[in-house]
Design a protein around this ligand. Sequence first.
Ligand SMILES: *Cc1c(COP(=O)(O)O)cnc(C)c1O
Length: 369
Amino acid sequence: MRWSFWLEINLSALRSNLKRLKSLVKPEVGFLPVIKSEAYGHGLLPVARTLASEGIYGFGLSDLDEALRLREAGLALPIILLSGFEAPWLPEIARLKIIPAVVDLHQLNLLASFSRKTNKTFSLHLKLDTGMGRLGLSPEELEKAIEILQENPQLRLEGLMSHLACAEEPEKEITRAQKKTFAECIKKLKILGIKPRFFHLANSAALILDKSTHYNLVRPGLALYGAYPCEPQATPIKLQPVMTAKAQVLSVKKLKAGQGTGYGPIFTAPQEMRVAFVPVGYADGYLRSLSNRGFAWIKEKRVPLVGAVSMRVIAFDVTGLNVSPGDEMILLGGPQKEVPAEELASRAGTIPYELFCLLGRGSFRIYLD
Ligand SMILES: *Cc1c(COP(=O)(O)O)cnc(C)c1O
């Protein structure tokens, strides 16, 4: 038996977040939900199936394995591998009709020679590095890439994409520069008479904050899962948390004034208090940096985490609350957003993305709809 710690994944919240995001873009703009890394820890297939029935263009992924799982589950929508590919993936990419984003000339040459050798056609997107300094062809390499594409008509350029380093700040210099470079690359293609079907730049933050990034395809991840990539007050729509992490109290005890709890101890009871122990810890993805900083929700109250996060135990101050073993506690999310991922992440010195991915890894999930 495992300790009682589980995730509740609210698929209607996922649907509603997608609808609300759609309300921010023109109806002709396609949606490419990003469901890499086990749909940010929410569970790849249930998330994919739910979104597939809501009118989307396709899925954005990073791993070939996950693409394979979608296909094996019968999902036939387009899949774009947003971070490129490795050479050994090519036979599967061909067999499963997956669309790779090509992130450098090396990959483009690999794809070209594989397609010639096997006599297969491929659709691809070119990923440009417009200033993030991560994956992508430099704008200067675009012409060389076009040359290779023109010599290889079995390669079909379906899209041109780039990624923003600082999408949550649309007015920042780097964001303006990236948008300008992207627009110039599009112009360069037009002059050459090349017109791919898609141009795309927007992640969640750009989708929410800056219409000029929408082009005709958007790639939201985080916002679909109900967390805000930017200040909630800057967001014209309300997002609902999809992931709620819950656990049952394992044991409750009284601490005397001056008594410590846990390793160190890094917490000492200032006066007599009651502490509830919950069988969750950093082994479950509950970050150790939440030691003395985390919080949870039980009996309609927010309760502070006290002491160090251990491998499989955390403690909460439940003084004055009628808490007993077996009582349910919300560690993240909640129907009324009792434990906001943004706030917990900031207390842990990280971002909601990391909390979702870590808590979602290997945890038991229950799907609600
Ligand atoms: C992960 C990813 C996204 C999604 O970003 P969010 O901030 O979660 O919306 C979009 N585009 C690319 C290329 C990505 O890798």
